[in-house]
Design a protein around this ligand. Structure first.
Ligand code: XBP
Ligand code: MG
Length: 262
């Protein structure tokens, strides 16, 4: 079997992408705004500002995040008897607001994402998604970037409640690997957050991080490489942690990924 990278390394077969913060900066101007619109629509005076939302991102998953907010930031709120149903209904409204926001102009893909997806497909690498967000949100993001990215580019879309435990638990990565029929050594994970790298590493995946405004100070120990973004030939990345494989490029392409030790 032809092997790239250094001797003994299993051949790279698939790339598994997180969505929020990794494919696009969806949190501040997408999810956060959608939560606030859902709260207002339900007659609640809750307002998640940019700073508070950064703290709430410690908990992945929208329903889990709302419950955490009530537990730690709004304990005075008089909870309805059916709290779980109340949160689920709020969250459904939030998903409607989020998908409408994407349809109304959306959030662009991050630097280098479209190029890397395109090059990876051309090179025969398989693609998958592993995210805590709701599946409709993944579709809404990809359908509304310009030009749209077909969801069918991703052989497996592992999202939301298909597993019981969300990131930092490894479950969503286990699910993606199982449906790809691959071992973790045959794949690379792309993440943007501390919870994301913990999930991917716990599933045995080598992980490449691209940071953003909400995550640049997270603990990325265990990541193979931490970059500011994937980059483009005219938009080089900065390396924040980890060693680059020998390359004269300062953007992430397929040859760099093959050379990255796993
Ligand atoms: C993303 C999230 C998600 C979204 C909200 O985490 O935490 O919960 O903010 O999505 P990651 P839902 O990028 O680590 O997967 O409201 O649809 O749950
Ligand atoms: Mg993320």
């Amino acid at each position: 079997m032809a092997k790239k990278g250094f001797p003994g390394m299993t051949q790279l077969k698939a790339l598994i992408f997180d969505v929020d913060g990794t494919l696009a900066d969806t949190e501040r101007d997408g999810h956060r705004v959608a939560f606030n619109r859902a709260f207002a629509g339900a007659g609640l005076d809750w307002e998640w500002d940019v700073a508070l939302y950064g703290k709430l991102l410690a908990i992945t998953g929208g329903k889990e995040r709302i419950r955490h907010y009530l537990d730690y930031y709004n304990p005075e709120f008089r909870r309805p008897a059916q709290l779980q149903e109340f949160i689920a209904a709020l969250h459904q409204a939030k998903t409607r607001h989020y998908t409408a926001l994407m349809a109304a102009g959306g959030v662009p893909l991050r630097s280098g994402v479209r190029r890397l997806l395109t090059e990876a497909r051309a090179a025969g690498l398989r693609l998958a998604i592993a995210t805590t967000t709701t599946p409709e949100n993944v579709r809404a993001l990809l359908e509304n970037v310009q030009p749209p990215v077909p969801l069918s580019w991703f052989e497996v879309v592992a999202a939301g409640d298909v597993v019981d435990a969300k990131k930092p638990a490894p479950d969503i990565y286990h699910y993606a690997l199982q449906h790809l029929g691959l071992a973790p050594e045959q794949c690379l994970a792309f993440e943007d957050s501390g919870n994301g790298v913990r999930a991917a590493r716990a599933a045995g995946l080598t992980t490449l991080i691209t940071t953003n405004d909400y995550t640049h100070d997270h603990d990325f120990s265990g990541a193979r490489l931490v970059l500011t973004h994937l980059g483009e030939p005219d938009q080089p990345f900065d390396v924040l942690q980890g060693g680059l494989p020998v390359t004269d490029k300062h953007y992430v392409d397929v040859s760099l990924l093959h050379a990255l030790p796993r």
